[in-house]
Design a protein around this ligand. Structure first.
Ligand code: G3P
Length: 214
């Protein structure tokens, strides 16, 4: 499973990069707005910190506007992935972007047919939002399982990018359900290695070793 960071914060990305296990980045208009910086400059800086795929989202809602934005965004860096909303205009834009050689991440996926459609249209990534489904009492993880089954049935190469992961258990469940990628906030990334028994165990090892030296 690949790990992406779901943030546009440069400090978080630098700290993540230092761990050496971050494969890519996802951003969205809300995450970018939180940083209060010029969008394209910020995305360029993110692409330098993390050499893997970096998703940058369009904000137009019509096909023509989306494609126009996408053509500008791909000029920022070679590792830019165009993020498009999974709406009819977004699917039209997806086809055009794919024909022009861009890699596209289709976002805001909440049901399996949206995932099937974007795979047929050539998306590189499909992003189901698990946490937001859980928020309304639906089975976020069940959606990953359904998409995995459908993609495997037809041999689609579109990668399942499990998004809106809110805690480490979501990452475990997404991995078990066969998601190719988990994108997570920096907080969740930091929580993934935690276990109190690891800390207690290390403390004891070091205390015992110290006795040997005294
Ligand atoms: O990658 C999607 C993510 O940014 C949405 O997460 O927690 O706002 O549902 P959340």
């Amino acid at each position: 499973m690949k790990f992406f960071l779901d943030t546009a914060n440069l400090d978080e990305l630098q700290a993540g990069a230092a761990m050496g296990i971050v494969d890519g980045v996802t951003t969205n208009p809300s995450l970018v707005a939180k940083e209060g910086k010029d969008f394209k400059t910020l995305v360029g800086q993110i692409c330098e910190i993390i050499p893997g795929p970096v998703s940058a989202e369009v904000v137009s809602t019509d096909c023509e506007g989306m494609v126009k934005e996408a053509r500008e965004l791909v000029k920022i860096a070679d590792n830019i992935i165009i993020k498009l909303p999974t709406i009819p205009e977004g699917v039209k834009a997806l086809k055009i972007c794919v024909e022009e050689g861009m890699k596209v991440n289709c976002t805001l996926i909440f049901q399996p047919l949206q995932a099937l459609i974007v795979a047929k249209a050539g998306a590189t990534y499909c992003s189901p939002f698990l946490g937001r489904l859980d928020d309304i009492g639906h089975d976020g993880m069940g959606l990953i399982e359904e998409i995995r089954l459908i993609y495997d049935n037809y041999g689609f190469k579109t990668e399942i990018l499990a998004a809106s992961l809110r805690h480490p258990l979501h990452v475990v469940q997404a991995a078990k359900a066969g998601a190719d990628i988990g994108t997570m906030p920096f907080k969740v990334f930091g929580q993934m290695l935690n276990h109190p028994l690891t800390d207690i165990g290390l403390e004891r090892f070091l205390a015992d070793f110290k006795k040997l030296q005294s």
